[in-house]
Design a protein around this ligand. Sequence first.
Ligand code: KIV
Ligand code: NA
Length: 265
Amino acid sequence: KKKITTHVLQEMKSKGEKISMLTSYDYSMAKIVDKTGMDVILVGDSASNVMAGHETTLPITLDQMIYHATSVVRAVENALVVVDLPFGTYQGNSKTALDSSIRIMKESGAHAVKLEGGKEIKESIDRILSAGIPVMGHLGLTPQSIYKFGTYTVRAKQDEEANRLIEDAKMLEETGCFGIVLEKIPAKLAKQVAESVEIPVIGIGAGNGVDGQVLVAHDMLGLNVDFSPRFLRRYNNLSQQIEDSVKQYINDVKTRDFPNENESY
Ligand code: KIV
Ligand code: NA
């Protein structure tokens, strides 16, 4: 399989070939995911929830994201590795945004960064792009703004927010972003966005009319049992499998079954 670049993703959209994207936060998982032929691996700031146990994505730091990204990059041979800029490292001023992005690219070896927001962060996006760093946008239910929204329900159900989202998507394209993630918005609106921009639009809870799909690996593998939104399809029940295996191990220790002679020196 060939190396995925932003150019390859653009070609996939042109040919109508769907793009697959999944999170990874560590070397072992990224190695498995990359081997499957995944197109894009996202080092998401969902690591804040999934890896660190925080309630939101807000607490994770740039250093922590770089640690996750560095581990993932070491494992990946083919996928495009995109890293989330964490909350507070790009919104305030474009110089900070550029510095944060340069640190991610330089210290981790990742291929691109992702930022949440529309026209309010345009200056930051411009400046990051001017340094030659590929940028992916993220609109809709942007989790770093959860305290503004006050709820995890579907965004852009009303015309005003929907129109703003379409304008933001067009702005992201014009500014030079190579792709956009749309999170938890009506399928009809997401399809309309995907049809009105040339760059790939990747959905999560955004229906089937977009150019690709992204999920959090821990959610789709059933490692994370407390999270079950409508948009999530579970492909495994790893938390149950791990629980069963660990219990079996405890039992083998307690009953003196483990280790046996072959497992001893
Ligand atoms: O952090 C993340 O995992 C994400 C995806 C859900 C798009 O941003
Ligand atoms: Na994210």
